[in-house]
Write a new protein. Structure first.
Length: 234
């Protein structure tokens, strides 16, 4: 069985370096790090500084284990099984902190452009609460004056595919047929091409009729003045 390691190895190593006399090898093995990483933590030359995490308080290591390791450098520390981590199973989708400030703007865009989408669907789509959506719908949000509606796809709050699927789902429930705008664009281009071809055909027919009326070959190229009027220079 593979050796288990602390939940936050670098932060744990920081604490062990600062608060114990364990060897770098012991700390590296316990935390699942390379010994040079532990060395850089001790020398304060590590690329990233971590807030020390006490493995004893976290339930991952006992005082007895630390004492055994400090007495015997060959001793391998054994991790303790701490309290089982809570797993998130329900609720809105998690959104990074850097994106949370964009949520009101994404909600405002959805409310403005797709007012028929239920709050519950918006909540699931971009990971927000129904209270926040309702506050923006009723313009009671505390920061309403600073909220500018923005496409949630452009903000990175959801994918275009998920948004399109939701809009189509809501439209079908209301008996509304959604037409793909890309199809409409292709259809318009096709109609324009047909109009152009029809106009060209009509123009060719007109010229052919004129040529026939003058007794000319409609398939022949342009004729010189002499050919048109042989007595013009006589």
């Amino acid at each position: 069985m593979a050796q288990e390691h602390p939940l936050m190895p670098h932060a744990t190593a920081e604490w062990l370096v600062d608060n114990t006399t364990l060897s770098f090898e012991q700390i590296a093995e316990f935390c699942g790090l390379h010994i040079l990483e532990v060395q850089s933590i001790a020398d304060e030359t590590a690329q990233h500084k971590h807030l020390p995490r006490n493995p004893v308080e976290a339930g991952e290591l006992t005082r007895e284990e630390i004492e055994k390791g400090q007495v015997d450098e060959a001793y391998r520390l054994k991790i303790s099984k701490g309290p089982e981590q809570k797993r998130r199973t329900k609720g809105p989708r998690y959104t990074p902190v850097s994106k949370r400030q964009d949520k009101p703007e994404g909600i405002a865009w959805l409310v403005q452009n797709h007012p028929d989408i239920p709050d519950s669907k918006i909540s699931k789509l971009i990971g927000t609460t129904k209270n926040t959506i309702q506050a923006i719908r009723t313009k009671q949000h505390w920061n309403m004056e600073n909220i500018v509606p923005k496409d949630p796809v452009a903000l990175g709050l959801c994918s275009q595919r998920d948004l399109d699927a939701l809009v189509e789902e809501v439209a079908k429930k209301q008996g509304v047929e959604i037409t793909d705008p890309r199809f409409e664009s292709d259809r318009a281009a096709m109609l324009e091409e047909l109009r152009r071809e029809r106009a060209e055909a009509e123009e060719a027919a007109r010229k052919a009729a004129e040529a026939e009326a003058l007794g000319l070959d409609p398939d022949a190229g342009p004729r010189s003045q002499d050919q048109v009027d042989p007595f013009a220079k006589g």
